[in-house]
Design a protein around this ligand. Sequence first.
Ligand code: C2E
Ligand code: CA
Ligand code: CA
Length: 557
Amino acid sequence: MGNTVLIVEDNEINRMLLTTILEDDYQVLEACNGREALDILRESKNTISAVITDLIMPEMDGYQFLEAYSSSPEFVNIPVIVSTSQSDSESEVKCLGYGAWDFIKKPYNAQIIRFRVKNVIERSELYVLRKLRYQEQFDTLTGIYIQNMFVHQTKKMLKENPDTEFMILHFDIYQFQVYNSVFGRREGDKLLRHIADMLRKLSGYEERVTYCRIEADVFCICMPAKDSEFIQKMMDEFQKDLQAYQRDYNILSNMGVFYIEDRDASIPGMIDHAKLASRECKGSYIQNYHIYTEQMGKDIQEAQSIVSDMEKAMKEEQFVLYLQPKYGLAKYRLRGAEVLVRWITPDKGMVSPGKFIPVFEKNGLIMKLDYYIWEKSCRLIRSWLDRGIEPFPISVNISRVSMYNPRIVEEIHELTVKYDIPPELFQLELTESAYTDNQDAIKKAMRQLQKYGHTILMDDFGSGYSSLNVLKDISVDVLKLDMKFMSAPGSENQKRSESIVANVIRLAKDLDLPVIAEGVEEKEQVEFLSSVGCEYVQGYYFAKPMPVEEYEKLAFV
Ligand code: C2E
Ligand code: CA
Ligand code: CA
């Protein structure tokens, strides 16, 4: 006797009658009104298989009970039968509206009641079973396959079409959480359902296609392999569709493409490859899809080995300082240097910071490395002073990630105290884009460091979107203008770039900000920079980053 039926009825005689009818086949629980019934349901919702409720009851009547029942999702699988002496269709409709499953009429007919109870219980079990089956295959939000089914169906499709080349596409919305927080979760869900509809349309013109929702805003497609022209067109269509769907927000989608070579490889592995490729888009509007290359896989492996090597490398002093001289442009006179880290490994030789800094920024290790370089730089200045040299200032880089360290100002100040160096000799470079991250905290930290006597250089000025805005409300001492963000000499946009540089320099002069142009490689760039009054330069044209001893020979003759 597995099943339990709950009887909700204020009339004692009716309760008894019903119990008598059912007790041979079911365990029977009794409640005198809706409120009691709800309490019992909440306590033992997993064990109750059906409810029979009267309509007219004191305290909480049958309608109120049904209303509470229908708004509690945890009860959806428990069928409710309404027992009533009224036979007007209006009350029946009302009950059905609240999700009642069936009716029995008073006076009771034992046989009918037993049948109806048995039927609703069977129906609910079937319903639960179907729902479980459904959830095993389909995503409940969008109604398309979930990953497991996608894998299954894709395998089948690959097998049935041995002569067709296929590709896996990884599709997602750039910064979907922003969309969610702008429009709310419900709208976010709606957008996801819309994307599912977009994918459904694919099967309209391609028979051999599978697709699914992997999680959150991530969708996957498998279809016959196409060239990049086709993929670009497909992305253009998707973008157009999304723009038409939501005109108040620029929804940007990204796609990673993986061409399947080894059909027997694992499909989730292929999805991972496509995902890797899609990461390359980084929210670009221009290049919103990327095709997987083996290099991407290698880069990931390399990144992993970089992390595991880092701690050891620090102990073994594999990170060394290089210095790149800076010059006054008027007389080509050396005026200082920027500290650039180099990682010299015993097996891989020199690894460039472009490779490992982004990895360290992702996992936070950069804070350790930054501090390590600052300390070495302070020690270097100390050694110069001890040797009676009057050194030029050197500048160190502060990663944008390090700016999240709440003790950064103290740490830098404490270093200058520990090594007893004049703060003017220890300059700080912070990249422009860092200023937009957590403005208030950074503004405060920068001002404090300036008070301590440090010069602040805004690195990579002009690379972000915020350049001029940032200038308006952050106090910096020097702008570093990177020539690599300008167009190459002779290129179509050179004139435009030149005019931008000239104007930035003029603007900086108005604000009494010295400008240092970095990445200067060509004679023409030098000539142009002098013609517009740029004061300082740094770049391969003058000198490459070099080991400390070499710099010392150059700087302190
Ligand atoms: P950055 O701060 O903008 O540094 C300038 C980069 O441009 C350096 O690359 C430098 O070697 C290079 N460079 C200098 N002159 C020229 C030139 O004329 N042409 C070209 N094409 N490049 C030139 P590097 O040393 O590879 O560093 C790359 C980036 O890594 C740096 O960009 C900086 O963001 C980061 N980085 C380097 N050292 C450190 C460090 O100690 N700490 C932190 N947080 N970041 C560092
Ligand atoms: Ca720099
Ligand atoms: Ca720079």
